[in-house]
Design a binder for this molecule. Sequence first.
Ligand code: ARG
Length: 260
Amino acid sequence: MSPPDYFEVTYAINPWMKGDTPVDRSLAIQQWNQLRSALCDKARARVSLVKPVAGLPDLVFTANAAFVYGDRAILARFKNEERRGEEPHFRASLETLGYTVVEPPVAFEGAGDALVYDGRLVLAGYRQRTEVSAHQLISREFGLPVLSLELHTEHFYHLDTCLCPLDGGHLIYYPEAFDEYGLKVIEANVPEEKRLSVTGAEARNFACNAVQVGRYIFLNQPSSRLSQALNRRGFEVVGLDLSEFLKAGGSAKCLTLRLA
Ligand code: ARG
């Protein structure tokens, strides 16, 4: 994670950033601290920090830093110039943690667009931020099958805004963020009883942007319907208020990068 000392919305590279209510930085700091404490206290997670940097307001969204698997990481190559300055900071942090870092030759936004499903395959998004050819690099580097899913709406521009794999092969997703072919791929690979779809209202509250650690799932303001559905699958939902980060188009999952 990376503390929101310099978090704000100064440019708009996704539609969420076009709102007119400015970020309340001190509230953002409180909300981020609550997420961090919840992860550490409830789920006993250990959190490593990337030092915040002035002028890089989106550095808080560490999910985009890289796709990490085993002891290697494919570093982000941001599509938008506004975020490219983050790359050397993420690279240095990953190297300090002992990862071998590979740089992709095309746009790639890390674990925002590449998610391991059920320990056996990678679901990967493209079109809005990541080039589809980056998916081949993941497959080549790690020997994992990669299923490419086109993201065809501007609001759900990273795969982790509209799809979240959970342990046990469960999956939360927002069907409308995908095209017909993408839905077929999801349906062919995820058994029906393991698929949990969310409504438009839930998706806009970042219901798919969940962090799961053990039986806990950390989420921005979950609906009671979703919490109950996750309970029935054996998970316990920890609701948080991450309103300030939604203004930049991110929530719980975007604020973290899973390392183990
Ligand atoms: N403002 C950031 C951007 O548009 C938000 C990134 C959210 N991260 C994520 N993994 N979805 O790039």
